[in-house]
Write a protein that binds this ligand. Structure first.
Ligand SMILES: Cc1cc2nc3c(=O)[nH]c(=O)nc-3n(C[C@H](O)[C@H](O)[C@H](O)COP(=O)(O)OP(=O)(O)OC[C@H]3O[C@@H](n4cnc5c(N)ncnc54)[C@H](O)[C@@H]3O)c2cc1C
Length: 388
């Protein structure tokens, strides 16, 4: 390790590894810091990802694909199930993120980035109103590492943004608190992801069952932070006892998903990416693709900043100008849809479900579903007009 790099990336999740890989591919001296001993472990994710989104960044490889998904079933509180088969970009894979995340970090290393595990960023170096590097700890040693640009990819619990003076605080309603079991011996359809909606099951959120092959599945749920009188783990235990009484729990995780729209992601010498920038989709909670996309974009801009010797916020704001009309536009729409869906009670969910029974969906996306809803329920058109 040196004491100066062009770019330091904090956090080796999908956002950080893509940022480090892209920076190294642009011939930048790059350092990727990860606080964990093992990249990708523990997994805090249901591991579902759209094929189309993923293929923009990496060639699918069966080593890190647990299941190839052909469709989704949405199960409503009154018992109606809507089935959507392989017709759109949301159909995809269930990943093995322990291997996937490690593969992304390996690709960053192969491109020339230096990777350091068990190395925690503990603060930023700030000089003359600029972020100029990272203070880090590794095996009891503390040290300062300087850089022209720091990329904060430290996930939902991000501190990098706060250290840089960016307000990344989440309101309770803008965080989905989740619990998930990796279960074995569950009798499931190996090719379908299932989603369960209803305020009894997951208030302000949903439960999911994502197959992982060999009768294994990620079974989890997320509930809105503003509705959580009962902890998600209690909701999940109830759900699992009822649905999979014979199943065995072999792993358990808790975690939060930001379900909001980012306010600011740049300051002098610093950019935030992925969950650190609050870029997971407020409607679905999916954040892997946005993380990979934003990590890539940030490093493309970092390359320009390093080459021009200007890492001021004015220069780095090109990153904002790139993600806002793309990732940002999706986040805005999803946020509005989430706000609308949060208001529905179970009777309203059931009435919506009845109106779309038997439809052959042309688009297997959350917005495809909303489009069909408005076609069948013209009264909803007013509420949802800005989303379609
Ligand atoms: C229960 C649950 C289910 C989910 N399911 C899905 C899903 O099915 N599909 C989907 O697309 N998304 C899902 N998500 C969201 C998805 O996991 C995230 O959006 C995605 O991991 C974000 O990637 P990231 O690189 O921004 O952050 P992360 O993957 O969280 O990576 C951040 C990394 O930074 C490291 N780090 C943190 N602080 C420091 C520090 N100070 N110094 C050094 N390293 C640090 C962490 O150890 C971690 O490795 C789910 C999330 C949860 C909680």
């Amino acid at each position: 390790m040196r004491d100066r790099y062009d770019v330091i990336v904090v956090g080796a999740g999908p956002a950080g590894s893509m940022a480090a890989k892209t920076a190294a591919e642009h011939d930048l001296e790059t350092l990727l810091l990860e606080k964990r001993v093992e990249i990708g472990d523990p997994v805090r994710c249901a591991e579902g990802v759209g094929k189309e989104g993923l293929k923009q960044f990496i060639k699918p490889d069966k080593r890190w694909i647990a299941a190839d998904v052909q469709g989704a079933r949405i199960c409503f509180p009154g018992g109606i199930k809507i089935e959507m088969s392989e017709v759109g970009p949301e159909v995809g894979y269930v990943l093995e993120r322990k291997i996937f995340d490690r593969e992304l970090a390996k690709q960053a290393a192969k491109a020339g980035a230096e990777v350091m595990v068990k190395t925690r960023a503990v603060d930023l170096i700030k000089e003359d109103g600029f972020v100029r590097g990272v203070k880090a700890e590794h095996l009891g040693d503390s040290f300062d590492i300087h850089a022209d640009v720091v990329i904060g990819a430290d996930g939902v619990e991000s501190k990098v943004g706060r250290w840089a003076g960016i307000n990344t605080t989440l309101k309770p309603k803008d965080i989905e608190t989740c619990a998930q079991f990796l279960m074995t011996d569950v009798d499931i359809d190996p090719c379908y992801c299932e989603f369960y909606i209803g305020n009894q099951i997951a208030p302000g959120g949903y439960a999911w069952v994502f197959p992982k092959g060999n009768n294994e599945a990620n079974v989890g749920l997320g509930i809105s932070g503003s509705r959580s009188e009962v902890r998600p783990i209690e909701h999940l235990k109830r759900f699992v006892e009822k649905k999979y009484p014979e199943g065995q729990i072999i792993e358990m995780i808790m975690g939060g998903v930001p379900v909001t729209v980012p306010t600011k992601t740049t300051t002098n010498g610093l950019m935030l990416v992925g969950d650190a920038a609050r870029m997971s989709d407020p409607l679905t909670g999916g954040g892997i693709i946005h993380a990979m996309k934003s990590g890539t974009m940030a490093s493309e801009i970092a390359s320009k900043a390093v080459q021009s010797g200007d890492s001021s916020v004015e220069c780095l704001n090109e990153y904002e100008r790139r993600w806002r009309p793309t990732i940002g536009a999706t986040l805005q729409k999803s946020y509005k849809a989430k706000e609308w869906l949060l208001k529905l009670n179970d009777a309203e969910w059931n009435s919506i479900a009845s109106s779309i029974v038997g439809i052959n969906f042309k688009e297997l996306t959350a917005f495809g579903l909303l489009k069909e809803l408005t076609l069948r329920n013209p009264k909803l058109l007013w509420d949802l007009r800005s989303l379609l």
